[in-house]
Design a protein around this ligand. Structure first.
Ligand code: GDP
Ligand code: MN
Ligand code: MN
Length: 246
C-alpha cells in the first residue's frame, strides 16, 4: 500500500528580531518560496512588532478602576490600564483579567505580551489581526491563506494552545452540516474551527521561548475559502458569558 504524506509543515528559519516598519512578507519571501494553496501561519508577536505595537508602562495613567483591578490581580496598575485600553468588554476582573479585545477575541490580559518583547516594554496585539492577515496576503501575491496566531489558555482544559486571532484567504469554519456520517445520518450542527486547528499545529512548531521561529507554512492542506465566518462566538449565542457577569 502506498502511503502519501497529506500535510507538510515547514518552519521558516532565519527571521531576525522584528522591528517596527519591517516588511514581514518580504522577509519571509526571501527565506521561503510560498506557493498557491499554502497556509502561512505567523505568531501575532511579530505582526504586532512590525506594526509598532510596543508600549512602555510609563505611558499609561491608571484610572481608579485600573488601580482597583491591579490590587485584585497583583499586577502593575499601568499594565492593567493598557489591558483596559485594548478592551471593548471586561468578562472577569479576578483571579485574572479576561477581556474582549476591540476586534472580538476574548483572552487573558487582552493578549498583551511581556515575553519575547525586550527592553522592558509591553507588546499589544495587532489592532485588527484579520486586516493584517489580508494586507500580508496581498503583498505575498499568492493564492494562499494567512493565519495570525496567539498562544491562549482555554476554559475547562489545562495548558495553552495556539489559536487563530486573524485570518485571510481561508474560511474560519468548515461547515459539515448536510454531509452524511459513515452510517448515512445527516450531520446537523458540525462547524469545525479549521483556523484554530491549523493555528494550534503551527504553535506546536513555533515554540514559546527563544526558538525564533514565528512563521510556519503548511502545504498539502485542503482548506475552505470564501465567506465571512469567524471563530469569535457572537455574544447573543454565548451561554457562558452571562454567568461570568454575575
Ligand atoms: P505569540 O504566541 O504570538 O505570543 O508569540 P511567542 O512569544 O510565543 O513567540 C512565538 C515564536 O516566535 C517563538 O518561536 C519566538 O521565539 C518567536 N519570536 C517572537 N518574536 C520574534 C522575533 O521578533 N523574531 C523572530 N525571528 N522570532 C520571534
Ligand atoms: Mn501572545
Ligand atoms: Mn506563543
Amino acid at each position: 500500500m502506498a502511503v502519501q504524506p497529506s500535510l507538510q509543515g515547514y518552519v521558516v528559519e532565519g527571521l531576525p528580531i522584528i522591528k517596527p516598519g519591517d516588511d514581514i512578507a518580504a522577509l519571509i519571501e526571501s527565506l521561503f518560496n510560498i506557493q498557491d494553496g499554502d497556509v502561512l501561519c505567523l505568531a501575532s508577536t511579530i505582526v504586532a512588532k512590525s506594526e509598532g505595537r510596543f508600549r512602555t508602562l510609563e505611558s499609561y495613567r491608571p484610572s481608579e478602576r485600573a488601580e482597583r483591578i491591579a490590587r485584585q490581580v497583583g499586577k502593575d496598575s499601568r499594565f492593567v490600564q493598557a489591558v483596559l485600553d485594548e478592551s471593548a468588554d471586561v468578562l472577569l476582573e479576578k483571579p485574572f483579567l479576561l477581556t474582549k479585545t476591540r476586534f472580538g477575541h476574548i483572552g487573558v490580559n487582552a493578549g498583551i505580551d511581556q515575553s519575547n518583547v525586550g527592553g522592558g516594554r509591553i507588546l499589544l496585539l495587532p489592532e485588527d489581526p484579520s486586516r493584517s492577515a489580508e494586507r500580508l496576503r496581498r503583498s505575498l501575491n499568492k493564492n494562499c491563506a494567512v493565519i495570525i496566531t496567539d498562544t491562549c489558555g482555554r476554559p475547562f482544559r489545562c495548558g495553552v494552545t495556539g489559536v487563530a486571532i486573524g485570518w485571510a484567504g481561508i474560511s474560519a469554519l468548515q461547515d459539515w452540516r448536510g454531509k452524511r456520517d459513515m452510517h448515512g445520518k445527516v450531520l446537523e450542527i458540525t462547524l469545525e474551527a479549521v483556523v484554530d486547528e491549523i493555528a494550534s499545529a503551527a504553535n506546536l512548531l513555533m515554540g514559546e521561548a527563544g526558538d525564533g521561529t514565528p512563521a510556519i507554512v503548511f502545504r498539502g492542506l485542503r482548506f475552505p475559502s470564501g465567506g465571512k465566518s469567524s471563530v469569535f462566538m457572537p455574544e447573543d449565542r454565548d451561554v457562558i458569558r452571562p454567568f461570568l457577569r454575575r
